[in-house]
Design a protein around this ligand. Structure first.
Ligand code: ADP
Ligand code: ZN
Length: 424
Protein backbone atom coordinates (compact mmCIF):
# COMPACT_ATOMS: atom_id res chain seq x y z
CA UNK A 1 0.00 0.00 0.00
CA UNK A 2 1.34 3.38 -0.93
CA UNK A 3 1.69 5.86 1.90
CA UNK A 4 -0.35 8.99 1.48
CA UNK A 5 -0.04 12.26 3.25
CA UNK A 6 -3.27 13.05 4.99
CA UNK A 7 -5.75 15.51 3.57
CA UNK A 8 -4.63 18.44 5.66
CA UNK A 9 -7.10 21.27 5.96
CA UNK A 10 -6.57 24.44 4.00
CA UNK A 11 -5.71 26.13 7.26
CA UNK A 12 -2.91 23.71 7.91
CA UNK A 13 -1.46 24.31 4.44
CA UNK A 14 -1.59 28.04 4.99
CA UNK A 15 0.26 27.69 8.29
CA UNK A 16 2.79 25.30 6.78
CA UNK A 17 3.56 27.72 3.96
CA UNK A 18 4.00 30.53 6.46
CA UNK A 19 6.37 28.42 8.53
CA UNK A 20 8.46 27.40 5.52
CA UNK A 21 8.64 31.03 4.37
CA UNK A 22 9.70 32.17 7.80
CA UNK A 23 12.52 29.65 7.97
CA UNK A 24 13.65 30.37 4.41
CA UNK A 25 13.81 34.09 5.12
CA UNK A 26 15.27 34.04 8.59
CA UNK A 27 17.30 30.90 9.27
CA UNK A 28 20.33 30.38 6.99
CA UNK A 29 20.73 26.77 8.15
CA UNK A 30 17.22 25.89 6.93
CA UNK A 31 17.61 27.81 3.71
CA UNK A 32 20.84 25.98 2.91
CA UNK A 33 19.25 22.62 3.68
CA UNK A 34 16.25 23.41 1.48
CA UNK A 35 18.47 24.63 -1.33
CA UNK A 36 20.52 21.46 -1.14
CA UNK A 37 17.30 19.44 -1.37
CA UNK A 38 16.26 21.56 -4.35
CA UNK A 39 13.09 22.82 -2.71
CA UNK A 40 11.88 26.31 -1.85
CA UNK A 41 8.77 27.90 -0.31
CA UNK A 42 6.97 28.10 -3.67
CA UNK A 43 7.18 24.31 -4.03
CA UNK A 44 4.91 23.78 -1.03
CA UNK A 45 1.45 23.80 -2.60
CA UNK A 46 -0.25 20.59 -1.48
CA UNK A 47 0.04 18.32 1.57
CA UNK A 48 2.16 15.84 -0.43
CA UNK A 49 4.78 18.56 -0.83
CA UNK A 50 5.66 18.28 2.85
CA UNK A 51 7.60 15.17 1.85
CA UNK A 52 9.90 17.26 -0.36
CA UNK A 53 11.27 19.15 2.62
CA UNK A 54 14.41 17.92 4.34
CA UNK A 55 14.24 16.39 7.82
CA UNK A 56 15.45 18.21 10.91
CA UNK A 57 17.30 16.15 13.51
CA UNK A 58 18.35 16.45 17.13
CA UNK A 59 21.88 16.91 15.76
CA UNK A 60 20.76 20.06 13.90
CA UNK A 61 19.58 21.46 17.24
CA UNK A 62 22.79 20.43 19.00
CA UNK A 63 24.96 21.96 16.28
CA UNK A 64 22.99 25.18 16.55
CA UNK A 65 23.38 25.37 20.33
CA UNK A 66 22.22 27.66 21.81
CA UNK A 67 20.41 30.00 19.40
CA UNK A 68 21.57 29.10 15.88
CA UNK A 69 18.11 28.10 14.63
CA UNK A 70 16.20 31.11 15.98
CA UNK A 71 13.64 32.44 13.52
CA UNK A 72 12.97 35.61 15.51
CA UNK A 73 15.02 38.37 17.07
CA UNK A 74 16.78 37.40 20.26
CA UNK A 75 14.91 40.28 21.99
CA UNK A 76 11.53 38.71 21.16
CA UNK A 77 12.23 35.71 23.38
CA UNK A 78 10.24 35.53 26.57
CA UNK A 79 11.48 32.20 27.81
CA UNK A 80 13.94 29.38 27.21
CA UNK A 81 13.78 25.74 28.27
CA UNK A 82 16.07 22.81 27.64
CA UNK A 83 15.44 19.18 26.76
CA UNK A 84 16.22 16.89 29.65
CA UNK A 85 19.26 15.60 27.85
CA UNK A 86 18.18 11.98 28.27
CA UNK A 87 20.13 10.99 25.19
CA UNK A 88 23.13 13.34 25.24
CA UNK A 89 23.99 17.02 25.22
CA UNK A 90 21.01 19.18 26.10
CA UNK A 91 19.37 21.35 23.52
CA UNK A 92 17.97 24.80 24.15
CA UNK A 93 14.47 25.69 23.03
CA UNK A 94 13.01 29.18 23.02
CA UNK A 95 9.61 30.85 22.96
CA UNK A 96 8.16 34.19 21.87
CA UNK A 97 5.00 35.59 23.46
CA UNK A 98 2.88 33.97 20.76
CA UNK A 99 4.68 30.65 21.25
CA UNK A 100 3.89 30.70 24.96
CA UNK A 101 0.27 31.56 24.21
CA UNK A 102 0.03 28.71 21.70
CA UNK A 103 1.56 26.30 24.22
CA UNK A 104 -0.94 27.39 26.88
CA UNK A 105 -3.76 26.78 24.40
CA UNK A 106 -2.41 23.36 23.46
CA UNK A 107 -2.08 22.31 27.07
CA UNK A 108 -5.48 23.67 28.06
CA UNK A 109 -6.98 21.80 25.12
CA UNK A 110 -5.24 18.58 26.21
CA UNK A 111 -6.43 18.96 29.78
CA UNK A 112 -9.94 19.52 28.57
CA UNK A 113 -9.80 16.38 26.37
CA UNK A 114 -8.74 14.55 29.55
CA UNK A 115 -11.89 15.83 31.24
CA UNK A 116 -10.36 18.59 33.36
CA UNK A 117 -12.71 21.58 33.65
CA UNK A 118 -12.55 25.07 35.15
CA UNK A 119 -12.81 24.75 38.89
CA UNK A 120 -10.85 21.51 39.00
CA UNK A 121 -7.69 21.38 41.07
CA UNK A 122 -4.63 20.22 39.15
CA UNK A 123 -1.58 19.14 41.11
CA UNK A 124 1.50 19.36 38.92
CA UNK A 125 4.13 16.88 40.06
CA UNK A 126 6.45 17.42 37.12
CA UNK A 127 9.77 19.21 37.51
CA UNK A 128 9.66 22.98 37.30
CA UNK A 129 12.63 24.67 35.69
CA UNK A 130 14.45 23.97 32.46
CA UNK A 131 12.39 20.82 31.92
CA UNK A 132 9.19 21.75 30.09
CA UNK A 133 6.86 19.48 32.10
CA UNK A 134 6.14 21.65 35.13
CA UNK A 135 5.60 25.03 33.53
CA UNK A 136 3.82 23.50 30.53
CA UNK A 137 1.12 21.95 32.71
CA UNK A 138 1.12 24.93 35.02
CA UNK A 139 0.20 27.61 32.50
CA UNK A 140 -2.11 25.28 30.59
CA UNK A 141 -4.01 24.50 33.77
CA UNK A 142 -4.35 28.15 34.73
CA UNK A 143 -5.40 29.05 31.20
CA UNK A 144 -8.15 26.45 31.36
CA UNK A 145 -9.38 27.90 34.63
CA UNK A 146 -8.24 25.14 36.94
CA UNK A 147 -6.65 25.79 40.33
CA UNK A 148 -3.02 24.77 39.90
CA UNK A 149 -0.89 23.40 42.72
CA UNK A 150 2.72 23.69 41.58
CA UNK A 151 4.01 21.04 43.93
CA UNK A 152 6.85 19.89 41.65
CA UNK A 153 8.60 16.54 41.99
CA UNK A 154 9.28 14.41 45.04
CA UNK A 155 8.30 14.84 48.71
CA UNK A 156 5.69 12.15 48.31
CA UNK A 157 4.24 12.46 51.82
CA UNK A 158 3.71 16.17 51.26
CA UNK A 159 2.20 15.53 47.82
CA UNK A 160 -0.34 13.24 49.44
CA UNK A 161 -1.11 15.73 52.17
CA UNK A 162 -1.68 18.48 49.59
CA UNK A 163 -3.78 16.14 47.48
CA UNK A 164 -5.99 15.38 50.47
CA UNK A 165 -6.14 18.78 52.15
CA UNK A 166 -6.69 20.80 48.96
CA UNK A 167 -8.91 18.22 47.28
CA UNK A 168 -6.89 17.80 44.08
CA UNK A 169 -9.07 16.40 41.32
CA UNK A 170 -6.30 15.84 38.75
CA UNK A 171 -2.63 15.01 38.99
CA UNK A 172 0.11 15.19 36.39
CA UNK A 173 3.38 13.29 36.71
CA UNK A 174 5.43 10.53 35.12
CA UNK A 175 3.81 7.09 35.05
CA UNK A 176 6.65 5.63 37.13
CA UNK A 177 6.09 8.26 39.81
CA UNK A 178 2.35 7.55 39.74
CA UNK A 179 3.14 3.93 40.67
CA UNK A 180 5.22 5.11 43.61
CA UNK A 181 2.60 7.64 44.69
CA UNK A 182 -0.12 5.01 44.69
CA UNK A 183 2.05 2.65 46.75
CA UNK A 184 2.74 5.27 49.39
CA UNK A 185 -0.89 6.30 49.43
CA UNK A 186 -1.95 2.67 49.92
CA UNK A 187 0.49 2.12 52.78
CA UNK A 188 -0.75 5.26 54.55
CA UNK A 189 -4.37 4.27 54.10
CA UNK A 190 -4.07 0.67 55.23
CA UNK A 191 -7.23 -0.38 57.05
CA UNK A 192 -9.05 2.90 56.29
CA UNK A 193 -12.16 3.10 54.14
CA UNK A 194 -12.33 5.05 50.86
CA UNK A 195 -9.61 6.07 48.43
CA UNK A 196 -8.28 8.92 50.57
CA UNK A 197 -8.34 11.43 47.75
CA UNK A 198 -10.74 13.35 45.48
CA UNK A 199 -8.97 12.59 42.21
CA UNK A 200 -10.90 11.96 39.01
CA UNK A 201 -8.01 11.60 36.60
CA UNK A 202 -4.23 11.09 36.43
CA UNK A 203 -2.46 12.54 33.39
CA UNK A 204 0.83 10.79 32.84
CA UNK A 205 3.65 11.19 30.37
CA UNK A 206 7.26 12.13 29.61
CA UNK A 207 8.36 8.49 29.37
CA UNK A 208 7.14 5.32 27.66
CA UNK A 209 4.73 3.17 29.63
CA UNK A 210 2.56 0.17 28.89
CA UNK A 211 -1.00 -0.94 29.34
CA UNK A 212 0.25 -3.14 32.23
CA UNK A 213 1.57 -0.11 34.07
CA UNK A 214 -1.66 1.73 33.34
CA UNK A 215 -3.66 -1.07 34.98
CA UNK A 216 -1.42 -0.90 38.06
CA UNK A 217 -1.87 2.87 38.42
CA UNK A 218 -5.61 2.73 37.78
CA UNK A 219 -6.05 -0.05 40.35
CA UNK A 220 -3.86 1.81 42.85
CA UNK A 221 -5.49 5.21 42.51
CA UNK A 222 -8.94 4.14 41.41
CA UNK A 223 -9.11 6.71 38.59
CA UNK A 224 -8.39 6.63 34.85
CA UNK A 225 -4.76 7.21 33.87
CA UNK A 226 -4.40 9.04 30.54
CA UNK A 227 -1.30 9.30 28.40
CA UNK A 228 0.05 12.70 27.35
CA UNK A 229 2.90 13.15 24.91
CA UNK A 230 5.21 15.98 24.03
CA UNK A 231 8.82 16.93 23.59
CA UNK A 232 10.64 20.12 24.33
CA UNK A 233 12.07 20.48 20.84
CA UNK A 234 8.66 21.03 19.29
CA UNK A 235 7.10 22.73 22.34
CA UNK A 236 6.86 20.62 25.50
CA UNK A 237 3.92 18.60 26.87
CA UNK A 238 0.67 19.10 24.98
CA UNK A 239 1.48 17.70 21.54
CA UNK A 240 -1.01 14.81 21.89
CA UNK A 241 -3.19 13.27 24.58
CA UNK A 242 -5.56 10.37 25.13
CA UNK A 243 -9.22 11.01 25.69
CA UNK A 244 -11.05 8.90 28.30
CA UNK A 245 -11.62 6.20 25.63
CA UNK A 246 -7.91 5.38 25.94
CA UNK A 247 -7.67 4.48 22.30
CA UNK A 248 -4.73 6.48 20.97
CA UNK A 249 -3.54 10.03 21.51
CA UNK A 250 -5.29 12.90 19.75
CA UNK A 251 -2.78 15.14 18.02
CA UNK A 252 -3.12 18.90 18.43
CA UNK A 253 -3.51 19.51 14.70
CA UNK A 254 -3.88 23.24 14.98
CA UNK A 255 -0.22 23.38 15.82
CA UNK A 256 1.41 20.22 14.46
CA UNK A 257 1.51 17.91 11.47
CA UNK A 258 2.57 14.30 11.91
CA UNK A 259 4.13 11.76 9.60
CA UNK A 260 5.40 8.25 10.29
CA UNK A 261 8.55 7.20 8.48
CA UNK A 262 10.70 4.13 8.20
CA UNK A 263 13.56 5.09 10.54
CA UNK A 264 16.15 3.51 8.25
CA UNK A 265 15.07 4.55 4.77
CA UNK A 266 13.23 7.74 5.72
CA UNK A 267 10.30 6.63 3.52
CA UNK A 268 6.79 7.63 4.53
CA UNK A 269 4.81 4.72 5.97
CA UNK A 270 1.09 4.06 5.53
CA UNK A 271 -1.34 4.58 8.40
CA UNK A 272 -1.29 1.73 10.86
CA UNK A 273 2.37 0.87 10.35
CA UNK A 274 4.80 1.53 13.13
CA UNK A 275 7.75 3.78 12.51
CA UNK A 276 9.38 6.99 13.63
CA UNK A 277 7.16 9.97 14.39
CA UNK A 278 8.09 13.08 12.43
CA UNK A 279 6.55 16.38 13.52
CA UNK A 280 6.25 19.72 11.76
CA UNK A 281 5.28 22.77 13.78
CA UNK A 282 2.65 25.03 12.21
CA UNK A 283 2.50 28.08 14.46
CA UNK A 284 5.88 28.45 16.14
CA UNK A 285 7.81 31.68 15.77
CA UNK A 286 11.05 31.30 17.72
CA UNK A 287 11.94 27.74 16.82
CA UNK A 288 9.76 26.36 14.05
CA UNK A 289 10.75 22.83 13.11
CA UNK A 290 10.18 21.22 9.75
CA UNK A 291 9.88 17.43 9.68
CA UNK A 292 11.57 16.95 13.03
CA UNK A 293 12.66 13.35 13.55
CA UNK A 294 11.53 12.62 17.11
CA UNK A 295 13.04 9.10 17.21
CA UNK A 296 9.84 8.09 19.01
CA UNK A 297 8.26 4.95 17.62
CA UNK A 298 4.52 4.84 17.09
CA UNK A 299 1.91 4.53 14.37
CA UNK A 300 -1.09 6.49 13.17
CA UNK A 301 -4.33 4.81 14.17
CA UNK A 302 -6.70 4.74 11.21
CA UNK A 303 -10.34 5.68 11.65
CA UNK A 304 -12.21 7.89 14.04
CA UNK A 305 -12.13 7.70 17.82
CA UNK A 306 -15.28 6.57 19.60
CA UNK A 307 -15.28 9.93 21.42
CA UNK A 308 -16.36 11.52 18.13
CA UNK A 309 -13.26 13.66 17.58
CA UNK A 310 -11.84 13.17 14.14
CA UNK A 311 -8.29 13.98 13.21
CA UNK A 312 -5.08 12.11 13.72
CA UNK A 313 -4.48 9.75 16.62
CA UNK A 314 -1.13 8.22 17.37
CA UNK A 315 -0.67 4.99 19.29
CA UNK A 316 1.13 5.06 22.60
CA UNK A 317 4.87 5.38 22.11
CA UNK A 318 6.78 2.10 22.21
CA UNK A 319 10.00 3.93 23.07
CA UNK A 320 12.71 5.81 21.28
CA UNK A 321 14.71 4.13 18.60
CA UNK A 322 17.75 4.74 20.87
CA UNK A 323 16.06 2.76 23.68
CA UNK A 324 16.26 -0.41 21.65
CA UNK A 325 18.65 -2.98 23.10
CA UNK A 326 20.11 -5.69 20.97
CA UNK A 327 20.38 -8.71 23.22
CA UNK A 328 22.09 -11.70 21.60
CA UNK A 329 20.87 -10.46 18.26
CA UNK A 330 17.28 -9.88 19.37
CA UNK A 331 15.79 -6.36 19.41
CA UNK A 332 14.33 -5.58 22.83
CA UNK A 333 12.49 -2.48 24.01
CA UNK A 334 12.19 -1.89 27.76
CA UNK A 335 8.43 -1.49 27.25
CA UNK A 336 8.28 -5.09 25.99
CA UNK A 337 9.89 -6.21 29.23
CA UNK A 338 7.38 -4.12 31.20
CA UNK A 339 4.46 -5.61 29.27
CA UNK A 340 5.72 -9.16 29.85
CA UNK A 341 6.26 -8.62 33.58
CA UNK A 342 2.75 -7.19 33.77
CA UNK A 343 1.38 -10.59 32.73
CA UNK A 344 2.70 -12.27 35.87
CA UNK A 345 0.35 -11.91 38.77
CA UNK A 346 2.20 -10.97 41.94
CA UNK A 347 4.88 -8.86 40.24
CA UNK A 348 4.88 -5.10 40.65
CA UNK A 349 5.70 -2.46 38.03
CA UNK A 350 8.95 -1.61 39.83
CA UNK A 351 11.66 -3.17 37.73
CA UNK A 352 15.14 -2.58 36.35
CA UNK A 353 17.08 -3.86 33.37
CA UNK A 354 20.75 -4.66 33.62
CA UNK A 355 22.60 -4.98 30.34
CA UNK A 356 26.08 -6.47 30.45
CA UNK A 357 28.41 -6.63 27.52
CA UNK A 358 30.96 -9.31 26.95
CA UNK A 359 32.99 -9.36 23.72
CA UNK A 360 30.41 -7.21 21.92
CA UNK A 361 27.55 -9.50 22.87
CA UNK A 362 24.98 -8.00 25.21
CA UNK A 363 23.09 -9.95 27.81
CA UNK A 364 20.07 -8.86 29.79
CA UNK A 365 19.06 -9.50 33.39
CA UNK A 366 15.84 -8.20 34.92
CA UNK A 367 15.13 -7.36 38.55
CA UNK A 368 11.53 -6.86 39.61
CA UNK A 369 9.81 -6.41 42.93
CA UNK A 370 6.95 -8.58 44.06
CA UNK A 371 3.76 -6.82 45.10
CA UNK A 372 3.89 -8.19 48.64
CA UNK A 373 6.46 -9.83 50.90
CA UNK A 374 6.72 -13.49 50.01
CA UNK A 375 8.63 -16.55 51.13
CA UNK A 376 11.57 -17.92 49.18
CA UNK A 377 9.60 -20.61 47.40
CA UNK A 378 6.96 -18.18 46.20
CA UNK A 379 9.65 -15.80 44.97
CA UNK A 380 11.24 -18.61 43.00
CA UNK A 381 7.91 -19.49 41.48
CA UNK A 382 7.44 -15.87 40.40
CA UNK A 383 10.92 -15.90 38.89
CA UNK A 384 10.12 -18.94 36.83
CA UNK A 385 6.87 -17.39 35.64
CA UNK A 386 8.64 -14.15 34.73
CA UNK A 387 11.32 -16.01 32.79
CA UNK A 388 8.56 -17.78 30.89
CA UNK A 389 6.63 -14.57 30.18
CA UNK A 390 9.78 -12.84 28.94
CA UNK A 391 10.69 -15.81 26.78
CA UNK A 392 7.25 -15.73 25.23
CA UNK A 393 7.43 -11.99 24.59
CA UNK A 394 11.02 -11.70 23.41
CA UNK A 395 12.05 -15.15 22.30
CA UNK A 396 14.96 -14.86 24.70
CA UNK A 397 15.91 -16.50 27.96
CA UNK A 398 16.43 -13.67 30.41
CA UNK A 399 17.63 -14.09 33.99
CA UNK A 400 15.08 -12.68 36.46
CA UNK A 401 15.55 -11.79 40.10
CA UNK A 402 12.42 -11.14 42.11
CA UNK A 403 13.04 -8.74 45.00
CA UNK A 404 11.05 -7.73 48.03
CA UNK A 405 8.85 -4.61 47.78
CA UNK A 406 10.86 -1.43 48.23
CA UNK A 407 14.20 -2.91 47.07
CA UNK A 408 14.59 -0.90 43.86
CA UNK A 409 15.15 2.81 43.37
CA UNK A 410 12.08 5.05 42.89
CA UNK A 411 12.09 7.99 40.48
CA UNK A 412 10.53 11.41 40.83
CA UNK A 413 10.89 12.35 37.17
CA UNK A 414 11.71 10.15 34.21
CA UNK A 415 12.59 6.63 35.34
CA UNK A 416 16.06 5.34 34.55
CA UNK A 417 15.45 1.66 34.28
CA UNK A 418 18.36 0.48 32.18
CA UNK A 419 21.85 0.09 33.59
CA UNK A 420 24.69 -0.93 31.31
CA UNK A 421 27.77 -2.64 32.67
CA UNK A 422 30.59 -3.81 30.48
CA UNK A 423 32.33 -7.05 31.28
CA UNK A 424 35.82 -8.12 30.22
P1 ADP B 1 14.63 14.48 26.42
O1 ADP B 1 14.53 14.18 24.96
O2 ADP B 1 15.97 14.99 26.81
O3 ADP B 1 14.12 13.39 27.32
P2 ADP B 1 12.13 15.92 26.80
O4 ADP B 1 11.95 16.17 28.21
O5 ADP B 1 11.70 16.95 25.84
O6 ADP B 1 13.66 15.71 26.58
O7 ADP B 1 11.43 14.56 26.49
C1 ADP B 1 10.68 14.29 25.35
C2 ADP B 1 10.71 12.81 25.09
O8 ADP B 1 10.11 12.10 26.19
C3 ADP B 1 9.91 12.39 23.90
O9 ADP B 1 10.62 12.54 22.70
C4 ADP B 1 9.63 10.92 24.22
O10 ADP B 1 10.74 10.12 23.92
C5 ADP B 1 9.43 10.94 25.72
N1 ADP B 1 7.99 11.03 26.03
C6 ADP B 1 7.30 12.13 26.37
N2 ADP B 1 6.00 11.82 26.59
C7 ADP B 1 5.88 10.49 26.38
C8 ADP B 1 4.78 9.57 26.43
N3 ADP B 1 3.58 9.93 26.79
N4 ADP B 1 5.04 8.28 26.12
C9 ADP B 1 6.28 7.89 25.76
N5 ADP B 1 7.33 8.70 25.70
C10 ADP B 1 7.16 9.99 26.01
ZN1 ZN C 1 -11.02 10.15 21.58
Amino acid sequence: MKAAHRKESGQQMEKLRKTVNRLWDRVPHYREKMERAGVGPTDIRSPEDLGKLPFTTKQDLRDAYPFGLLACDREELLRVHASSGTTGKMTIVAYTKNDLDAWKDCMANCLSIAGVTPGDTLQVMFGYGLFTGGLGFHYGGEHLGATVIPSGTGFTERQIQLMQDLGSTAIACTPSYAVHLSEVLASKREGQPGPGHSLKVAILGAEPWTEALRQTVQAGLGVPALDIFGLSEVMGPGVAIECPRQDGLHLNEEHFMAEIIDPVSGELLPDGEEGELVLTTLTKEALPLIRYRTRDLTRIIPGRCACGRDGIRIARIRGRSDDMLIIKGVNVFPTQVEAALGKVEGLSMNYALEVSEHRFVKDLAVSVESVSSLGELQMERLEREAVRALHEALGLRVAVKVLLPGSLERFEGKAKRVRVTSGA
